[in-house]
Design a protein around this ligand. Structure first.
Ligand SMILES: NC(=O)C1=CN([C@@H]2O[C@H](COP(=O)(O)OP(=O)(O)OC[C@H]3O[C@@H](n4cnc5c(N)ncnc54)[C@H](OP(=O)(O)O)[C@@H]3O)[C@@H](O)[C@H]2O)C=CC1
Ligand SMILES: CC(=O)[C@@H](O)[C@H](O)COP(=O)(O)O
Ligand SMILES: [Mn+2]
Length: 451
């Protein structure tokens, strides 16, 4: 096993940021581990410490990733109990504690020693740990968009509660503390409302990792930086870009006949299987509309989607005067991951810079809503809220699984979600228990339909 060298001399009084990576073995998780090695190498002012990491079934990779650190993580979680039995910690992890089962994710996410939780589990399975991290006042770098799709309103209210608890216990120090994150961070519950000044941090922070939402967050921040001291301008529109996925130009027949192998071939991003299929149906963009609705506390009517095949413009914000600010960078998740960790600081990143030595095209085109009916579903869910997100998300997770197993057609996925939405009795203010009941109900409905 190869241990990576920290390289750089840290300042004596250097504070440590303890990071927990949930879903460390996935595409976002492994990219986060790379970012942590990089930051610890180049940042003289902070020690970036992997305090805990979780995996579900890929225990070999989990052990390898954890073993790369000269300071071994304090805890490792294997959330799938059957896989936990096969976890073999190398010699370098002799002092690391192994915790197991889905409860272990919540334990790590709320551990007092943890400053930052990277929520990189795929699907609804990431919900409880993300909520626990918010509740216990962490900085949450959120990749797990499904949490906001299922329980956006609940996350928002939890965030507000965590903020008021922190406010009651007095302002946090404005300089980094020995075991705490950079307390100068201004990010608050709603990135749209945060300002890039050096205000002390109060309570939980929810920072986007999803490239589009990170882009919007950056556009809003830059706009506010330019008018420091002046009340922030409200955005008129958030404009999410979509690559269009592997079927951007495909006929309905091609989509009807699509194999999992073909649907997994994303043109611009290398990602996990579930999100790759979501991109192919454009359900990913539907989920991102809902994510934006909750993350930025903005109505569905103020959100637009535009197809941008190059995935260089990651999203845009239109302001009241019609001015549009965009964020551009090559398609590489290390940038938004790093920004969520270091915000409001910008540090050198390993992502390549845009090659401006050659001509380049940036294309924008409208979405074909007939071939991609998922998008309308996303806007509907963002409009009505309540139980709709949980039902559509669960139906989608189930249908994607059936498609990957060769049991249903690619073009069955979105209708399965539409059917579940229409067959459920909508409730406007569900509890977490009710949302989880409906999650199970929607999965069963999809399975029953195709049995
Ligand atoms: N990949 C990307 O570029 C982007 C991803 N996202 C979002 O980030 C999240 C992660 O995506 P991605 O990294 O691609 O996914 P991957 O499939 O690559 O990784 C998923 C991670 O979740 C773990 N996991 C799977 N099932 C469970 C479960 N039931 N309980 C606990 N952990 C589980 C996996 O563990 P194991 O492998 O050990 O079984 C793995 O660590 C998703 O919500 C996605 O939408 C957002 C923007 C971009
Ligand atoms: C990298 C990322 O954020 C993904 O969500 C990506 O945007 C998927 O590409 P699509 O635009 O094709 O959904
Ligand atoms: Mn995205």
């Amino acid at each position: 096993m190869q241990q990576r060298d920290s390289g750089l001399e840290k300042r004596n009084d250097c504070p440590t940021v303890n990071v927990a990576v949930l879903g460390a073995t996935g595409s976002i998780g492994t990219a986060t581990i790379d970012v942590l090695h990089h930051l610890d190498r180049i940042d003289p002012t902070t020690t970036w410490n992997l305090w805990a990491a979780s995996g579900h079934r890929n225990v070999a990779l989990l052990s390898e990733l954890a073993g790369q650190f000269t300071r071994p993580p304090t805890q490792i979680a294997v959330s799938d109990p059957a896989s936990a039995a096969t976890f073999a910690a190398g010699k370098s992890l002799a002092k690391t504690q192994l915790v197991t089962g889905p409860e272990a994710l919540v334990e790590i996410a709320s551990a007092p020693e943890v400053d930052v939780v990277v929520a990189a589990i795929v699907g609804r399975a990431g919900l409880e740990s993300t909520l626990a991290a918010v509740e216990s006042g962490k900085r949450v770098a959120l990749a797990n968009k499904e949490t906001l799709v299922v329980a956006g309103s609940l996350v928002q209210s939890t965030l507000k509660k965590a903020e008021s608890v922190a406010a009651r216990s007095g302002p946090a120090p404005s300089t980094p503390t020995p075991s705490g994150p950079a307390r100068s961070s201004p990010a608050r519950s709603s990135p749209a409302r945060s300002s890039p000044s050096d205000a002390p941090r109060s309570g939980a922070e929810l920072l986007p990792v999803d490239s589009e939402h990170s882009a919007i967050f950056q556009c809003l921040g830059e706009q506010q930086a330019a008018v420091s001291g002046v009340p922030a301008c409200k955005p008129r529109k958030l404009i999410l870009t979509a690559s269009g996925g592997p079927f951007r130009n495909a006929s309905m027949q091609e989509m009807h006949d699509a194999t999992p192998q073909r649907a997994l071939q994303h043109p611009t991003w290398e990602m996990g299987k579930k999100i790759s299929i979501d991109s192919a149906t454009m359900m990913n963009k539907a989920l991102e509309v809902i994510e934006a609705r909750w993350l930025f506390d903005i109505p569905a009517e103020s959100i637009e989607v535009v197809v941008h095949p190059q995935s260089i413009i990651h999203s845009m914000v239109e302001f009241e005067d019609g001015s549009v600010i965009a964020q551009l960078s090559p398609p590489d998740m290390r940038l938004p991951i790093q920004y969520a960790l270091t915000y409001p600081r910008r540090l050198a990143c390993e992502t390549p810079t845009l090659d401006r030595s050659r001509p380049w095209d940036l294309t924008l085109q409208p979405v074909d809503r007939e071939r991609f009916p998922a998008l309308e579903l996303g806007f509907e869910v963002a409009r009505v809220g309540g139980t709709a997100g949980s039902v559509v998300n669960a139906a989608n997770e189930e249908a994607v699984g059936l498609f990957l197993d060769g049991k249903i057609r690619f073009t069955d996925i979105v209708p399965a979600c539409r059917r579940a939405l229409e067959n459920h009795h909508h409730e406007t203010q569900p509890t977490l228990t009710r949302l989880l009941e409906l999650d199970r109900w929607a999965r069963a409905e999809v399975r029953k339909h195709y049995a």
